[in-house]
Design a protein around this ligand. Sequence first.
Ligand SMILES: [Zn+2]
Length: 303
Amino acid sequence: MGRQVADRGVVLRAGMNLVTGASPFALCISIDVERDYRLDESFTTRGIEEGLPPIVDLLRSREVPFDLFVSGEIADRLPTGLADRGVSIGCHGMRHPRGPRSYLNRMTQAGQRREISEATERVRTATGRTPVHFRAPNFSADARTIAILEELGYRVDSSVLPGRYVKRLRVLPLLDHRGAPAAPYHPDPRWIAREGGSTILEVPVSPNVLLPGGPLGLGFLNASGASNAIRATSECRSRCVVFLGHSWEMVDWSAADPVAPWVRKAASSRLGPLGIFLDHFSDSTYVNMDRILERETNHAGRG
Ligand SMILES: [Zn+2]
């Protein structure tokens, strides 16, 4: 039996509820499958070809459900056999270059609609499944994105990172998710980071309490170790914790590779830390976006 009570600094056993023994939150491993994050702009997919398959095998061997949010531009490079049991298939937009060029909220509504429609089609062709979950490149969805997703038959958006605030040229606001709810909510049709009446369910990516402004996820696990990732996850204050991974975080980048120093730290082909992390939360409920949608729909029905 795991240690159930500990002071700060010592890891709590999966945030167990001491009264019922039940885990108070559901944990969702959510992976963005996209081009490698390189400084030289060449279009490579090492993460998808080399890094993703072993991680998928690890998750499957432990019967952990997960999401793959597939970027449209790489959909035809997906290894075969990924989209079967336990996997939620989502769409991660069409193009994913580094920086503001990929931001949906900088495009016109017609431009956004074109990007999302084309990506949806590519993901459907590659996986044989129609995606109903969406995550914008760089968390860049806005209220118009939500309206387009409604139009196209989507059910879930997972593009909000509560607390994220990005400025361009130091002053121009690019993204402002300050004050957004941490638990799933229906956004306001005028402002994505506020609760309102949209039919789309927003499932925020969980903020990292140990790294303000950043997501809780595989990059942090690789760079800071399993115990810190476990601590950051245990301290999430939401009934639904979304742990974000990227395909390019799943391979080793050498000093000669054209990637930023932080990417070299956040990326690793070692599976050990993720194994420790998954084991730690084995008493928790692992979910994927399909399951979250189901749970939240029932939850709302009861209320
Ligand atoms: Zn991405």
